[in-house]
Design a protein. Structure first.
Length: 392
């Protein structure tokens, strides 16, 4: 009978404290995913990089293009409303897009149909609605319906063409593994860095003695401040570890792999979120340029086209356009830029003032002249000279 009582007590303790009776699925939301350092880093890098990029309004001319500083459509992006700046606008749209798959900003206009101000909307408060007649509207949580022309909509990867998918929702199972590994590490260190095991007793214990012994053992071993302290066992009791140590369970490798997986989801080079395992001084610069071309450019093109289509009036659409300035991100190191400018100047493709402008330097008188080397000639001139010599 004593063994039955002991067995019942053990089963009760096991089911109550040591073994979960069910496996709860971790709820990963857009907000809670930011607790993962890799998600936070990717979202921060993408949103802040787009936020720092200048965007200009240009007008097409017969000789090329010219900046439009005083145009209302240029000012609306520099001061979207009374409390934010261009950086804030881009930052908000990118954070919304990288977490929820969609970024929204409502356009308020004046009587001349010029954009007057922009109002930010949380992605959960806006729902795109496509009608049977292929017209797109936006339904706000207040019940108001807006036409597509009155809403800036930055969408991510989409399978229906009018609403982006949330990377967090699509990859929720993958992110759950990252959270599980993080919680596992937290539990491991909270338990003093000691893995679970069994205590072997040479005989049986009464339930009262078992409960007392269990309470004493847990009090001795649980907690970071009690890590690596020796256990005091009595009555011939011995301890045997039965769990796999973290290094054997590839705990560290799992966390590294998940960081790389999250970087892959967002298209961010791993070295930009502090994963330098496969990066060298020779390939980091090329990875940075690939980041601009293959990761940032899709977002920038979407923003440019959305601004062109919805901030400009129909009578301005062909004449004016928005364009992000990417020279600062793509120009490379000083030596590479110097060789590029030198070659462009030698063939007359760039003037000194154009080079100085790209380097944020003031222009000077006479710097707008174009020069070519005197010892260069066209192929036609070379053929004509050779032909005239033969005729002589």
């Amino acid at each position: 009978m004593l063994s039955d009582e002991f067995e019942n007590a053990v089963n009760k303790a096991l089911t109550a404290d040591m073994v979960a009776d069910k496996v709860d699925r971790l709820a990963i939301t857009q907000e809670s995913s930011l607790a993962l350092t890799a998600v936070w880093a990717c979202v921060r890098i993408l949103s802040e990089t787009v936020g720092i990029l200048p965007i200009h309004l240009y007008r097409r001319t017969d000789t090329g293009r010219e900046r439009q500083h005083g145009h209302p459509c240029n000012r609306i992006l520099q001061t979207p409303n009374s409390f934010s700046t261009r950086f804030d606008l881009m930052h908000f749209l990118m954070i919304s897009c990288t977490l929820w798959g969609n970024g929204y900003a409502r356009i308020y206009r004046d009587k001349m149909y010029r954009p007057l101000r922009l109002k930010y909307y949380h992605p959960a408060k806006v729902e795109p609605v496509l009608t049977d007649s292929e017209e797109l509207f936006y339904r706000l949580d207040s019940g108001e319906i807006l036409p597509s022309s009155d809403m800036i909509h930055l969408k991510g990867l989409s399978t229906n063409g009018y609403k982006g998918k949330s990377p967090i929702a699509v990859h929720r199972d993958n992110l759950s593994l990252s959270v599980s590994a993080q919680k596992y590490g937290e539990m491991f260190f909270n338990q003093g860095g000691n893995m679970s095991g069994v205590f072997k007793y040479p005989s049986t214990l009464k339930p009262e003695a078992y409960e007392r012994l269990k309470k004493d053992l847990l009090a001795q071993s649980i907690g970071v401040h009690k890590a690596h302290l020796p256990l005091l066992l009595e009555g011939g009791m011995t301890y045997e570890r039965i769990s796999i140590p973290p290094e054997d369970a590839q705990f560290i490798a799992t966390r590294k792999f998940q960081k790389t997986e999250i970087a892959t989801i967002y298209g961010v080079p791993p070295h930009m979120i502090a994963d330098l395992e496969r990066s060298t001084n020779n390939n980091i610069e090329h990875q940075a340029m690939e980041f601009v071309r293959y990761c940032l450019m899709p977002y920038l093109v979407r923003l440019e086209e959305e601004f062109n289509r919805k901030l400009l009036r129909h009578d301005e659409f062909e004449e004016y356009y928005y364009l992000f300035a990417l020279n600062g991100l793509l120009r490379g190191d000083a030596k590479t830029r110097s060789e590029f400018y030198k070659n462009m100047n030698f063939v007359g493709a760039m003037s000194a003032n154009e080079i100085r402008n790209l380097e944020d330097m003031n222009s000077y008188d006479g710097g707008d002249e174009y020069f070519v080397q005197m010892n260069m000639q066209t192929v036609k001139q070379a053929i004509d000279k050779n032909g005239s010599k033969k005729n002589q």
